[in-house]
Design a protein around this ligand. Structure first.
Ligand SMILES: C[S@@+](CC[C@H](N)C(=O)[O-])C[C@H]1O[C@@H](n2cnc3c(N)ncnc32)[C@H](O)[C@@H]1O
Length: 223
């Protein structure tokens, strides 16, 4: 099997970021797999256990969820199976094509959209927002904008679940993807005025293991 060339990937992303093109490279990752979603190198092809635990402990009926940067669609599918009315979007049209073929009989509304310029009707319209690994592929000011846009999708009393790679402050500053440190993820609380409901830092099962954060932040009914 052909090995994924991480060095070339990182160089390519860096070049786009240096040209202030934060997302123009994303589609190529999905186009390169030529219709085989199992070959998308960053896809786990299963949902995070903390998302599954959240789903099993929370009522979904009648609730609207949105999945940010949905990739090949596993998380959207888990949420839909649980009973949420799911919108799942990605800036990559090739990713959305893969999702639509993979889940052609599902009720999920898969669509191409840009988090930075999402349809106006999405503003404060969701009971649950799921963000997994989108912020970490962005650089500089786009990470801040992404966080703000993610929070802006929440209705009052709604939650965002954030799943990402993590790092210690001051370390891995030039990594691609660049993991979030505690200070950055805490901006959901300090800047967007959400309340931390649940926060966990854990290592995954890769070799070598990678450290991650998973958190739930809730919007107040008064905001
Ligand atoms: C590392 S991948 C994660 C995909 C998926 N969430 C997962 O966990 O497998 C990041 C995803 O974010 C998407 N993305 C990046 N910037 C975006 C934006 N501005 N709007 C929508 N999607 C975006 C990319 O196309 C890519 O699918």
């Amino acid at each position: 099997m052909e090995e994924f060339d991480y060095k070339a990937f990182k160089k390519m992303v860096k070049e786009h970021q240096q040209n202030d093109e934060p997302t123009s490279w994303c589609n190529s990752i999905y186009e390169d797999v030529k219709g085989d979603y199992t070959k998308v190198f960053w896809s786990d092809l299963e949902s995070n256990p903390y998302l599954l635990e959240y789903i099993s402990n929370n009522k979904a009926e009648g609730k609207k969820a949105i999945v940010v940067g949905c990739g090949v669609g596993d998380d959207a599918f888990s949420l839909s199976e649980a009973g949420y009315k799911v919108t799942a979007f990605d800036i990559s049209s090739a990713a959305i094509d893969l999702c639509k073929k993979r889940y052609e009989n599902s009720k999920i509304d898969f669509l191409v959209a840009d988090l930075f310029d999402y349809p106006i009707s999405w503003f404060e319209d969701y009971d649950l927002v799921y963000e997994c690994n989108t912020i970490q592929v962005l650089a500089g000011k786009y990470r801040i904008l992404a966080r703000e846009k993610i929070s802006s999708l929440l209705k009052k009393d709604a939650s965002v679940l954030v799943s990402c790679r993590s790092r210690r402050e001051g370390q891995q500053e030039n990594d691609i993807p660049k993991p979030l440190d505690k200070k950055e993820i805490n901006e959901f609380v300090h800047k967007d005025k959400l309340k931390e409901v649940f926060f966990v830092s854990y290592y995954d099962t890769q070799e070598p293991p990678i450290c991650h954060f998973f958190a739930e932040y809730k919007k107040s009914i008064f905001l």
